[in-house]
Design a protein around this ligand. Structure first.
Ligand SMILES: C[S@@+](CC[C@H](N)C(=O)[O-])C[C@H]1O[C@@H](n2cnc3c(N)ncnc32)[C@H](O)[C@@H]1O
Length: 276
């Protein structure tokens, strides 16, 4: 972070950083250089193959005829799938690039719906306007997971449901590379002693880096128990973890197999299924 970005709000910094679509480096590796249907299909095939459990956590068939808000759009893979599964897709992203990509995909595929630019911390939608909110990999970048959850609650209809993926505080990667802060987090989380540590520049880059090598402006790690404390007002809360990478002790293990065995207790991401 330079002196200039330090003076900007988290929303302003996110607006700038995430304008480069999340997944851009991957797209380059896959040889995806344009936004034609064939190129986007290649990207999407990779994405759903890499995160196959998304189909378990996001029940696309249940969204038929429903109003769905997606928050945090990135390259738009989930956006396109949601828009083709529901009746009334809305996308929300802080940055212009992901909003343009989602709207491009909707137009290209002849799907109805619209993506708009704005922050989930003050979501530009009336109370009780959606049946579902889906936010994959977004709330931990906003600077306030609690604020994002409160807005999710506000825009959902009574009985509405949310699927929220955030980075896990107790993943294998955090224990391996960031042992002391992870232990400090545990002491704060389980015993209320001290405070949750700030994420270092190195760790922010390890999780999300731009083409220029910058790390995401804000990244927060959360445990299942912290997530439950933040969602006390919800009718029901279910939390599971997923995602084992091919690094450290897992570098010689087939990824899907490692995830099946270790994902639910050491995974990089936690998936929360919330019912209002
Ligand atoms: C890591 S990407 C995830 C994108 C996509 N869901 C995926 O799975 O690839 C995070 C996205 O959240 C968006 N974002 C960050 N802060 C936000 C905020 N306050 N409100 C809305 N979107 C935000 C970023 O612009 C970015 O597109």
């Amino acid at each position: 972070m330079n002196n200039h970005t330090e003076t900007l709000s988290v929303d302003e910094q996110n607006k700038r950083f995430w304008n480069e679509l999340c997944g851009t480096q991957l797209a380059k590796q896959l040889g995806v250089v344009d936004s034609s249907p064939a190129s986007l299909q290649r990207f999407d095939n990779w994405y759903f193959d890499f995160y196959p459990y998304l189909f378990k956590h996001i029940p696309f068939p249940d969204m038929l005829g429903k109003k769905v808000l997606e928050v945090g759009l990135g390259y738009g893979t989930v956006s396109q799938k949601l828009a083709s599964s529901c009746d009334g897709y809305r996308g929300l992203d802080i940055a212009e690039g992901p909003v343009a990509m989602a709207n491009h995909r909707l137009a290209q595929m002849g799907l109805s719906g619209e993506a708009v630019q704005g922050s989930v911390l003050s979501a530009p939608f009336p109370n009780e306007s959606f049946d579902w909110v889906v936010a994959i990999g977004c709330f931990h970048h906003t600077g306030s997971i609690q604020g994002a959850l409160d807005e999710t609650w506000r825009v959902l209809k009574p009985g509405g449901q949310a699927i929220v993926m955030v980075y896990a505080a107790y993943s294998y990667r955090r224990w391996m590379y960031t042992f002391a802060p992870t232990l400090r987090y545990l002491i704060w989380d389980k015993f209320g002693i001290g405070k949750a540590p700030q994420t270092s520049d190195r760790e922010r880059k390890q999780y999300d880096a731009s083409g220029a090598g910058e790390g995401a402006p804000e990244t927060t790690f959360t445990s299942a128990s912290h997530m439950r404390r933040m969602t006390k007002q919800w009718h029901s809360v279910r939390v599971t973890s997923e995602n084992i990478g091919t690094e450290g002790p897992f570098r010689n293990t087939e990824r899907h197999k490692a995830n099946r065995i270790f994902g639910s207790w050491l995974g990089l991401d936690i998936y929360c299924h919330l019912v209002k």
